[in-house]
Design a protein around this ligand. Structure first.
Ligand code: 2AM
Ligand code: CA
Length: 273
């Protein structure tokens, strides 16, 4: 079986397991802070994915949120970047609006991406040069929009931070409105669908965006950090996603004036995991 088809059925099986296992008692633990949570299901799904991939492709490298490959610094070879449940708070509190996210990279270049909205049973997927799909339906290419005529995706928590808030507030203020969904992978997909024109977040880990990245690129969208640079698959990043027009507008009009502050923020990311 080709790698793409293998990965696609694996992601669907992982989602199927989540739907089965979520009915048992959830064991919830705190990670870096009281709002950063992980459940036994997140861990079990990552184990499931990692064991299956290792058995089929022993030479592939795997980076997973719940503890796999966090030491990996090189993007050589075939690298899987996986988030067993993106939107864990939604999973715990709402029991919907979360996704399995998997990105596959070949020597650092995006090869394939999968974002599975588990409770809606919708798989978003794309392979380099082959277009992006919502289940079996081709997603159309994006059209340019401007901030003034757009809905922007952003977690409101960022607006409460003094420096970040000052930088991000004008974008929301100038837009039609803002939305927050609580799963970065799904928010990137909503940009790929044109439902959101852009999505911004000052800090994400590679597993939050690895699956959505190629889906977005395949419909002609742009995804970079706040400095306009290519995203790393081994270190955290700020992320701005959008159709080409609004992406350019946000970088030039709203983020560039904060270049000094943003450079400081990114120097910190380069030294952290
Ligand atoms: P998670 O659910 O897999 O942890 C919520 O706005 C989005 O940001 C989710 O995709 C969530 O991923 C991610 N997220 C939450 N806390 C984060 C953090 N400290 N660093 C990076 N991403 C985070
Ligand atoms: Ca997660």
């Amino acid at each position: 079986m080709y790698l793409y088809d293998y990965a696609k059925s694996l992601v669907l099986e992982a989602g199927n397991n989540i739907r089965k296992w979520m009915h048992e008692d959830l064991n919830i633990e705190e990670k870096s802070n009281p709002n950063d949570l992980v459940t036994n299901v997140d861990k079990a799904i990552e184990e499931f994915l990692v064991n299956q991939i290792k058995e089929t492709y022993p030479n592939h490298v795997i980076i997973g949120e719940e503890g796999h490959g966090h030491h990996v610094d090189s993007s050589e070879g075939i690298v899987w970047v996986i988030d067993p449940i993106d939107g864990t708070l939604n999973f715990i509190h709402q029991r919907e609006h979360f996704a399995v996210s998997v990105g596959i990279f070949k020597d650092g270049q995006p090869y394939a991406g999968f974002v599975y909205d588990v409770m809606r049973d919708v798989l978003y997927h794309a392979r380099s040069g082959q277009g992006a799909y919502q289940n079996e339906v081709l997603i159309p290419k994006l059209e340019d929009t401007s901030v003034a005529k757009s809905i922007i995706g952003m977690n409101p928590n960022w607006l409460t931070k003094p420096k970040l808030g000052m930088m991000l507030h004008p974008i929301i203020n100038d837009s039609r409105s803002a939305r927050a969904y609580g799963s970065a992978a799904l928010e990137i997909v909503y940009v790929a669908l044109g439902q959101l024109a852009a999505y911004l977040t000052p800090r994400l880990q590679p597993w939050d965006y690895a699956g959505g990245l190629i889906i977005l690129k395949e419909v002609g969208g742009e995804i970079t950090n706040f400095l306009g640079e290519t995203l790393s698959i081994t270190h955290p990043n700020s992320v701005v996603v959008g159709n080409k027009g609004i992406h350019q507008e946000i970088l030039e009009q709203y983020l560039k004036p904060h270049h000094e502050f943003l450079t400081e923020l990114h120097d910190h990311f380069k030294n952290s995991k």
